[in-house]
Design a protein around this ligand. Sequence first.
Ligand code: C5P
Length: 222
Amino acid sequence: LAEKTLRGQRVLITAGPTWEAIDPARGLSNRASGRQGFALAQAYAEAGAEVLLITGPTHEQTPAGVSRQDVLSAQDMLAACQQGLDKATDIFIANAAVADHRPSQFSAQKLSKTDIPNPLPLSMNPDIVSALHQDPRRPRWIVAFAAETRDHLAAASAKARRKGADVIVVNDITSVDVGMGAADNACSVLQGERVLHIPRCSKIDLARHLLRHLSSIFSLPG
Ligand code: C5P
């Protein structure tokens, strides 16, 4: 049994894709499975933390001891996260693959083929990491994720600064058998100039490894 080294720590995790509806039948999304975020929720719960998992549509099972809230859109995910901050949050882990855009109009009636505007007008979604960073109730630590295909360390470190994340976990998504939608994952963890590479392993092993590394960065036990 894992030792409950993180008892008393409150952790907020986002996971999965978001769903940006066009009408009741159609929408924009991406191929995130939610698996890595759920594995992180499991690892933190096993370590005794109080975990709130806010997730977009996924087939994953809720890990034991985790409070789960299901959402669809990025706007709903942001609202749920902001509500989550009502309880002081120690660690925010933004693992969700949030859609950058949503259709500007939602039609409550299903549109006919010819009624779908082409091109489809899009609006930018709010950035959840930036919003929580700027919130007066900012979590003590913010961990973002980045899936990159080129110059991935430099791109990710710029992203962390832009969004206000303390740490960014970078996935190189050019390989098909790791990362998004795959069973295994590998990543680099960046905190300022400090870089740790976690080689390919299962998503639960990676979650446990990441937890230990983050705990050492944040000077927490575990
Ligand atoms: O900019 P990009 O989507 O690559 O950044 C990825 C990181 O930002 C992830 O941690 C993701 O959860 C977060 N994000 C967010 N809100 C958005 C877009 C991304 O919190 N609208």
